[in-house]
Design a protein around this ligand. Structure first.
Ligand code: PMP
Length: 372
């Protein structure tokens, strides 16, 4: 039985043809030397243009091109965080934030949101978690692993609270901004109250553009902060390879032709996974508005005995059982701050997704039968 993984953080799509052609052309033109650390001007211009339709005015000086969104975050953490600082992370959250924060002197403070409340983060919850120690509030919109998208109203209500803390930076990780399912995406930068001096967006090409291996991301923020991040990047990594930046520019320019096909497949895959989950008793889930994951609650299936006689006490135990007996890989929610849940990507080939949902149903049904 072939292994099917729903645990990956990238899609099965190939990178856009426009990006590949531009990279090849750039190499043929020997664009193989150091480029500007902050990114090529044409790419930074193309990035600012991406935001224009939402009424967001940016200058190229407010853009830093980075080798991936991870590095964008790490640049920001290095420049902003000092010993004793705290970073508030609404949770469930992508495990990468904690991995990165381990290399800083700051402390991660999870702000727990709940599936029963549709992962809503209220101004009151935020107010009672922020303090003068908080240096960064790290939002992810759309959320990974929850798929939760903030509305404009929600964001503006949160900004009202954020703006009461003069030392605080709001970083919004918007890497899934084009991966949405009907509801409008709102960038934090288009919101009332997003004080330019303290609001930062991190984005990249790994998800929306299926370019994870190219290592391409960017930071949008106030010029002073971008300058500091550029100095750190100059001292460590230098600029992103110029032929890779040419590819990114081409992908941005062709996004209206290249992205809709991926978006349609993901929308139909979301239905496949939704129907698959609906066919399994006692599974609650939040229907994602964005990104390409479900994050269902499988806690009903814990503390049961597997066909091999093993007691499955934890979500990692359950995932090990599904991997061992059904060749199905899921990501345990413990990695995202929510045990009992699993993250399941629907960014795989539709026929394999159908098969994966059958395996999950069978695997869980057998546990139920044994326990009864
Ligand atoms: N932020 C989030 C929310 C992510 O899910 C990921 C990738 N899983 C990243 C950042 C990192 O992206 P990149 O590949 O651009 O480093």
């Amino acid at each position: 039985m072939e292994v099917i993984s729903l645990a990956a953080g990238s899609s099965y799509f190939n990178s856009p043809a426009s990006a590949k052609a531009a990279a090849i052309a750039a190499l043929q033109h020997d664009k193989t030397f150091y480029g500007p650390t902050e990114g090529t001007l044409p790419l930074r211009r193309a990035v600012t243009q991406k935001y224009e339709p939402a009424g967001i005015e940016l200058r190229p000086e407010q853009v830093l091109v980075t080798p991936g969104a991870k590095q964008a975050l790490y640049n920001l953490f290095t420049v902003l965080l000092r010993p004793g600082n705290e970073v508030v992370v609404p949770t469930p959250a992508w495990f990468g934030f904690h991995e990165l924060l381990r290399y800083t002197t700051a402390k991660a403070v999870p702000l727990v949101t709940h599936s029963a409340e549709s992962y809503k983060l209220t101004p009151d919850m935020l107010r009672s978690t922020l303090s003068e120690k908080t240096r960064i509030l790290l939002l992810t919109n759309p959320g990974n692993p929850t798929g939760r998208m903030y509305t404009r109203q929600e964001l503006e209500a949160l900004l009202d609270v954020v703006n009461q803390f003069p030392n605080l930076y709001l970083i919004s990780d918007e890497i899934y901004d084009h991966v949405t399912y009907g509801k409008p995406f709102t960038s934090i930068l288009s919101c009332q109250g997003a004080k330019a001096a303290r609001t930062v967006v991190v984005n990249g090409f790994s998800k929306s553009f299926a370019m994870s291996g190219w290592r391409l991301g960017f930071i949008l923020g106030p010029e002073e902060l971008i300058k500091k991040c550029t100095a750190f990047q100059n001292a460590t990594l230098s600029g992103v390879s110029v032929f890779v930046q040419d590819a990114a520019q081409a992908a941005l320019e062709a996004q209206d032709e290249e992205l809709p096909m991926m978006q349609q497949i993901l929308a139909s895959n979301r239905e496949i996974m939704r129907n698959g989950l609906d066919a399994i008793p006692q599974v609650d889930y939040y229907l994602p508005d964005g990104a390409y994951y479900f994050f269902p609650d499988l806690s009903y299936y814990l503390n049961r005995t597997s066909i091999t006689g093993e007691l499955l006490e934890t979500t990692p135990d359950l995932c090990r059982y599904l991997r061992g007996c059904y060749n199905l890989k899921l990501a345990p929610g413990d990695n995202f701050g929510a045990s009992g849940h699993v993250r399941m990507s629907f960014a795989i080939e539709p026929h394999r997704l159908q098969e994966a949902m059958q395996r999950l149903r069978q695997g869980l049904a057998l546990l139920t039968e044994r326990a009864d």
